[in-house]
Design a protein around this ligand. Structure first.
Ligand SMILES: C[S@@+](CC[C@H](N)C(=O)[O-])C[C@H]1O[C@@H](n2cnc3c(N)ncnc32)[C@H](O)[C@@H]1O
Length: 232
């Protein structure tokens, strides 16, 4: 079994139900090489303290469901003095992020190639300067509401992990997800929505890179929203 397959089986073992795709198109040789050789070098290690994994103590951010990794790699490039953890169970997306990291020679990202919920216990109180949930799967049907990523348990965990004054960024183009993301975060006492006027959530903040799903939405003429919250 290849190393990346071993790394990605934990979700199945934990009993947590993940509803998305773990595999897409067959991987090209380059992607396979990246998964076999580069992923073990930058995989998030549940058994090691964060400072050891990064070798330094700086602001640290978490991206949940990084997809193809454009946004995460963009942040890591723009903020070389910060460290990043990205979680994504879709192995083709993991390979894509690895390609971005290799091309950009980025060393400030650790990847968890599985369900983010499995690493939450390893992230301590106030251990993060912020977290990003960009264009999550919308699960618009009411009967699928329990599949939506931003459940009260995850929000509670994020409130614990993000230090006071830190940021929680939520973005989507889906009308139902706009409601449930906003409602979920606003319902939590520890997060304050920072928008003062519609422009603040209707436009991508200048320090946030584009994401693949954001571009898809743009091309299809769907308006995206960026909800920026601050941890009290
Ligand atoms: C609609 S895609 C958006 C990808 C990317 N953020 C973007 O904007 O292009 C949602 C992503 O969230 C990932 N995802 C869903 N549930 C997850 C979970 N429990 N932990 C980590 N990632 C998850 C999916 O695999 C998928 O790649």
């Amino acid at each position: 079994m290849a190393e990346h397959e071993a790394l990605s089986t934990d979700g199945a073992r934990s009993g947590l139900r993940f509803y998305g795709r773990r595999k897409g198109r067959p991987l090209r040789a380059l992607m396979k090489r990246l998964l076999d050789e580069k992923l073990p070098q930058c995989a998030f290690d549940l058994a090691r303290p964060l400072e050891d994994q990064f070798g330094r103590q700086v602001d640290r951010y978490l991206e949940i469901g990084f997809g193809g990794g454009e946004h995460l790699a963009g942040l890591a490039t723009a903020m070389p003095d910060c460290d990043f953890i990205g979680a994504e169970p879709f192995i083709n997306g993991v390979a894509s992020l690895l390609r971005h990291l290799e091309e950009g020679q980025l060393s400030n990202v650790r990847i968890w190639p599985d369900d983010v919920r499995l690493i939450l216990p390893a992230l301590g109180q106030a251990s993060l300067a912020g977290a990003f949930v960009m264009f999550p799967d919308p699960w618009p049907k009411k009967r699928h509401a329990d599949r939506r990523i931003l459940q009260p348990a995850l929000l509670g965990r994020l409130a614990m992990m993000i230090r006071p004054g830190g940021r929680l960024v939520l973005a989507t183009d889906d009308p139902t997800a706009k409601s449930w993301l906003l409602q979920a975060a606003m319902a939590h006492d520890d997060f304050i929505w920072t928008a003062r006027r519609p422009h603040d959530w209707r436009h991508r903040p200048s320090d946030l890179p584009e994401t693949r799903y954001m571009r898809k939405a743009d091309h299809a003429g769907r308006k995206s929203a960026w909800f920026l919250f601050q941890r009290r």
